[in-house]
Structure formats: structure tokens, C-alpha cells
Design a protein around this ligand. Structure first.
Ligand code: NAD
Length: 254
């Protein structure tokens, strides 16, 4: 059975995936800010270094999969925390552990969002993320809005993933992303109860072609497939698991 490392496995989509992997007999090393094998705050450089060092100590023989799932919602303050956790925390963990994944010709599965295409790739915040300039990205986004902070972090992360595909494949790592739509987790509950974004999110949920919102396991089941041998030619792909909302908004783009 495999050895997997993940972040954000304490609740929501990550917890559902962790349960699936464990019920299939895999070992799962979980990093989270709470309730985890390795407790680390991925918004800080120290937390990221601690997480990477501790995973390395526990998985010296390599990883079959790495799933950086930790994320914070658009209602987070300061907004720069969204950039720190959702983009820079993810990239640091993946870069710090990619050689362990290569050791087993394993797979990295990022968690994007169906909101990612709502911010353009040439946005200054997205570009600062992709340039690896955390100070600039944080200063830029602190003067803007939560939607841009969140969707832009996922836009940058998805672009970063696509840019790594060739180098990672050469290294022996298959990298992909899942792009969930609204999923019933503590993260989405925080947005739903926000006085401004809550109504927008409920209206969006009402517009989803296949109906409403997902349960965490409806995302985790697709992620488990993407991590499995059955998906071993899936590389550089973004799987939208969003009830058809991306197709509804961007018919001709894929
Ligand atoms: P969640 O809040 O249930 O899970 C997020 C996890 O990240 C939690 O376990 C939390 O403790 C952890 N975390 C937060 N900040 C952290 C930090 N600084 N350091 C370490 N761990 C930290 O939310 P979820 O909805 O299951 O989110 C999982 C992923 O799915 C996130 O990347 C999120 O952006 C993405 N996503 C969620 C939705 C949705 O509607 N729920 C939609 C699209 C994408």
C-alpha cells in the first residue's frame, strides 16, 4: 500500500480524502494547523520548513502521493493570509517534497477552484505569486477584495501547476489539479455566513447546472481516482468537479 502526505486533512475535503485513502489501506501523513500528525502553520516560512522537515523524517523512502489541500476562504483577514496559505504555502511544500515523490514515481495533486478562471492570468497579484514574490503579492492583495484574493491565489496555483508539468514529468512526478465548485465544508460555511459574500455564494449555488453544492466526498472520490494507478496517464490536467458551473460560464474555453 502507498504512503501519502497531505496538508489540510483535519476537516472538509482533505478529511474526506484522508478517510478514503486510509480505508484503502494507505498510510497518510497529515499536516495541518490543528488535529494532525504534524502541526504546522503553512502561512509562515517557519511552519512550512517544519512541515517539510517532519514529512521528510517520516517518509524517507518516498511518497506515492502528495496532496496540499490546506486553504483559507475569501472572508479571511488580512487578505494576504489567503496568498500565504493558498499559494505560497502550497508551492513551498510541493517544492520541498517533490524529490520524495519522484523517488516512487508518484503524483502531486493540487486543489484549485472553479473560481480560478474568474481572475485573469495577467493580474498583478497573480503575476507576483508566479514570480515567487510573497511580499509584493501580499501588499498588492491587502489593498483589494476577498474574491480576487481567493480566486487569484487559485488562478496562480493552477498556472504554476501547468508550468511545472514538463520538468516534473522529467523528474518522475505526475502533477495535476482538481478544481472543486462550492462544497459543504467549514470553509464554505464561513463564506455562506458572511454578510456580503454569503448571498452571492447562495445565488451562485442556485445557478449550478447539475444542482447546488457538493459534499466533500464527491470531491474526494475524484481526487482518489486522480491519485490512483487508473489515472496514470493523467498529467497536467485540471479536473473541474463543479456541477457544470465552469462550462456554463466559459462554454468555449477549456
Ligand atoms: P476546510 O476549512 O474544511 O479545510 C481547510 C483545511 O486547511 C483545514 O483543515 C484547516 O485547518 C487547514 N488550514 C487552514 N489554514 C492553515 C494553515 N495556515 N496551516 C495549515 N493548515 C491550515 O476547507 P475545504 O473546503 O475542505 O478546503 C480544502 C481545499 O479545497 C482548500 O484548498 C480550498 O481552497 C479548496 N476549495 C474548497 C471549496 C469549497 O467550496 N469548500 C471550493 C473550491 C476549492
Amino acid at each position: 500500500m502507498g504512503v501519502y502526505a497531505m496538508t489540510g486533512g483535519a476537516t472538509g475535503i482533505g478529511a474526506a480524502l484522508k478517510a478514503r485513502l486510509q480505508s484503502s489501506g494507505h498510510d497518510v501523513i497529515c499536516v495541518d494547523i490543528r488535529d494532525a500528525d504534524i502541526v504546522a502553520d503553512l502561512s509562515t516560512a517557519e511552519g512550512r520548513e517544519h512541515a517539510v522537515a517532519e514529512v521528510r523524517a517520516r517518509a524517507a523512502d518516498g511518497l506515492d502521493g502528495l496532496i496540499p489541500c490546506a486553504g483559507v476562504p475569501p472572508v479571511t483577514q488580512p487578505l494576504s493570509l489567503i496568498a500565504r496559505v493558498n499559494y505560497f504555502g502550497v508551492v513551498a511544500v510541493v517544492e520541498g517534497l517533490k524529490d520524495l515523490v519522484a523517488k516512487r514515481r508518484g503524483t502531486v495533486l493540487l486543489v484549485g477552484s472553479n473560481s480560478a478562471p474568474m481572475v485573469t492570468g495577467d493580474d498583478s497579484y497573480v503575476q507576483a505569486c508566479l514570480d515567487g514574490d510573497e511580499d509584493k503579492a501580499c501588499a498588492d492583495i491587502d489593498a483589494r477584495d476577498g474574491h480576487t484574493a481567493y480566486a487569484g491565489s487559485k488562478r496562480a496555483l493552477t498556472m504554476w501547476m501547468r508550468r511545472q508539468v514538463v520538468a516534473y514529468a522529467e523528474m518522475g512526478v505526475r502533477i495535476n489539479a482538481v478544481a472543486p465548485g462550492i462544497t459543504r465544508t467549514p470553509l464554505s460555511e464561513k463564506v455562506m455566513s458572511d454578510p456580503t459574500l454569503g448571498q452571492l455564494m447562495r445565488d451562485f449555488a442556485d445557478s449550478v447546472p447539475w444542482g447546488g453544492t457538493a459534499q466533500p466526498d464527491q470531491i474526494a472520490s475524484v481526487m482518489a481516482f486522480m491519485l490512483s494507478e487508473a489515472a496514470d496517464f493523467v498529467c497536467g490536467s485540471v479536473f473541474f468537479v463543479d456541477g457544470g458551473s465552469d462550462a456554463m460560464m466559459r462554454n468555449d474555453d477549456f
